[in-house]
Design a protein around this ligand. Structure first.
Ligand code: ZN
Ligand code: ZN
Ligand code: ZN
Ligand code: ZN
Length: 185
């Protein structure tokens, strides 16, 4: 980090601290300070996307009311590329899923969301970089191994094939297929 940047950040932080103090004295309602910090921006400072920090065209997330890039248009259908902050939060977090499913209460303590997918995927959805607030205590899970070669498959980020209830890594699962089909996995 450059010195100038560091100074800027320090200034911003002290301004936030001052603001937080002011808030605390004027309001008796207690709110987790982390959330509050995400939502408010100091006067005169342009709001930033809570995920990537950009100040371009922003919108608010429906699920958690955070500033986020209004960038769904960057996504090209069927590429599954992680290019859009808005789409990433919307598709790859429990926060957004909880909202879309119409569940009650806080996503971090929602039992329905926990049951919705494998613990490994739940843990990833709840702690990946597309969250404004990551779940502090994600569930433990047993790693998934390729049924053939035994290597660990990270379900959230690795390609894999499921056949008759068995997981296979993309290499084993596509053995015998022509190269142009294998490359997609
Ligand atoms: Zn962004
Ligand atoms: Zn959200
Ligand atoms: Zn839920
Ligand atoms: Zn394998």
């Amino acid at each position: 980090m450059t010195k100038a940047k560091k100074r800027k950040r320090q200034r911003r932080e002290s301004r936030r601290a001052r603001q937080a103090e002011g808030d605390a004295s004027s309001s008796s309602k207690l709110e987790p300070s982390a959330q509050r910090r995400e939502r408010s921006s100091a006067p005169g400072e342009r709001p930033r996307c809570g995920l990537c920090g950009k100040t371009g065209e922003l919108t608010r997330t429906e699920c958690c009311d955070n500033w986020i890039c209004n960038d769904e248009h960057l996504y090209v259908p069927f590429t599954y590329a992680k290019v859009s902050c808005h789409r990433n939060h919307d598709r790859y977090t429990i926060c957004a899923t909880h909202h879309h499913e119409g569940h009650e209460g806080d996503w971090k303590t929602c039992a329905k969301c926990r049951k919705m997918c494998e613990p490994e995927m739940y843990a990833w959805f709840a702690t990946n970089e597309y969250n404004f607030e990551r779940l502090p205590n994600p569930p433990a899970y047993k790693p998934t191994h390729c049924a053939k070669c035994g290597r660990v498959i990270r379900l959230a980020t690795d390609g894999y094939v499921v056949s008759k209830g068995e997981y296979m890594c993309s290499r084993c699962g596509t053995e015998g297929l022509p190269d142009h089909l294998r490359s997609g996995l």
